[in-house]
Design a protein around this ligand. Sequence first.
Ligand code: ADP
Length: 343
Amino acid sequence: MTRGSRDIEEGTELGLVGLTPDGVIESWSGGAERLTGYSREEAIGQHFSMFYTAEDRRIGQPEYYLRKARVEKVEVHSGWRIRKDGSQFWGDIRITALYAKSGTLIGYAKVMRDLTESRRNDAAQATFYSTFMHDFRLPVAAIKGFTELVHGAEPKDQDHFLDRVDDNADRMLVMAEDLVEHARDDSDQLTIMLEAIDLADLARHVAAGPVADTARIKVTSDRVVVMAETSSLHRVIANVLTNALKYSDPGSLISLTTDETETEGTLRVTDRGRGIDPDDLETVFLEFQRGRLARSDGGTGLGLASARELVQRLGGTMGIESEVGVGTTVVITLPKGDPDVAG
Ligand code: ADP
């Protein structure tokens, strides 16, 4: 937690707030001040909806929670709330309705806890597992496909198909190891061991590997050494290649090229496929977002989101350029590495 000079464990600080029956703040604890940034003087007399987002206020959430507390005596919920400095915190909130002996409502006691960090960890965790499942299906589908081919194949082709099965099994092993590592890791970040990698070499390896229809792919890359992590970058390139193959005609070519500046190395994956509608270019990197030209194909809309997240974690960027009916280029840029160290 990085707010102010506070050094307390998340969730241990309680903000206690007293409200009138109408939701006006009438008492304010030191904890509430530390959680929200508002002093006693600033908070007392204000309506408690001041901590809600504009959207939550618009749909009437503050009133809804008070009404619920009135009916059920205690209302427990969580949501994003706003501090004085405009930043948001994930509040774990309990509102208790207070009644006089006569049965008249005299106000509410509200207790808030800040659970922002664990909320972020949960969200990161959920993203990781959903992207993992998306990626895990690729080698499984490939193994099933190549196994079927082995059965009817000429003996001379069988070795080739079995090698592909083997490659895919290796991929799954690497992913399973990633998953174990992730589970072992206490934080929401996978531990990343950066190493110097030749982009062209890795691109060639992926293009010759399990997800690729090798005959359609042309790697015309010069050696460009970047700092990255092999298994993450392998997943990214495999993802992008899978899309390029999926969203273009079976006979069309896909090219992989590298480029470099003084500080960065770039890999471009270009297909001559159907392209992406200009209105979708902004959203294809978001989770669960699929382009309108891809509606009739199967997919989850997670591939590009997970790929970009991995690239960003490696300190790089990922962009997409596309023209409908002409093709799509995905551009992956990473910080340069030491060429003398790369394998
Ligand atoms: P999915 O392929 O499962 O839909 P992705 O996150 O990998 O999910 O891609 C998101 C969307 O981006 C796709 O639905 C598609 O519309 C578009 N897209 C990605 N790559 C390409 C490509 N090479 N050519 C055309 N469209 C693409």
